[in-house]
Design a protein around this ligand. Sequence first.
Ligand SMILES: N[C@H](CCC[C@H](N)C(=O)O)C(=O)O
Length: 272
Amino acid sequence: MKLKFYKMTGAGNDFILFDNRNGKIKDPVKLAKWVCDRHFGVGADGIILIEKSKTTDFKMVYFNSDGSFGGMCGNGGRCVAKLAYILRITKGKITFEANGKFYKAEILNDENVRLYLPMPKMKKFNLGLKLGKKLFKAHFVDTGAPHLVLFTDENKIKNIEKINLNDLGRKLRFHPYFENGTNVNFVTVLNKNTIRMRTYERGVEGETLACGTGSVACAIASAEIKNMKPPIKVKATSGEILTVGWNEKNSEFVYLEGSAKVICEGNLNYDN
Ligand SMILES: N[C@H](CCC[C@H](N)C(=O)O)C(=O)O
């Protein structure tokens, strides 16, 4: 059968999206593994299905490129909000659910979307994680996806650009402290409201060009550990800036603002 898809990018984190309100896609794990392959498929970091919801405009269902269930994805959340708007599933103010949690989004202009995520409750600062003989200082924030945050200066790393993420990132991603593994982010503070961040993503098993839930985790850790004040600008590997902000007095939600664009659309030759 022909299956309509939309290829989108959120600050360089790319996704294939499907409107699955009719339930046509029966095996999303198999579909993700195939369609995300950059040589035998379309190529992306993950897939996102728009499904029906009883309580919000729609439900977002997200799978990583290796077929694992991703829970929440911040860049993908902005993309799915924009697509729902383009397909007229919603108007400019959007509500959706993902993995049992409630999200809001706003289309700001042709380029940018603002996503509101519930303020993370699960936070653990100043962890000591051992890898062989080395002890790493790290912080953990669950922003709908699990994220480990390591500041380069706290770990005597001189140049964030030179970290071998596929080695060090991967080792921390599989650290036994985390039952279900974790995404791993390295952060350098550039100035009083900007950080540079690099992410090793679980489920993609490599560095991605940007990570939304990771940016939120890094901004929250930067406020706690480095006394930074929101809004905090996060410079991603793609070169794009994601902005993370919250109200320090009434922080029910934290927002993530950045680009979300449709690259192309087409039809897959697909059998379930
Ligand atoms: N790229 C995503 C993060 C996905 C997290 C996922 N890799 C997992 O935890 O399995 C984002 O923009 O928030």
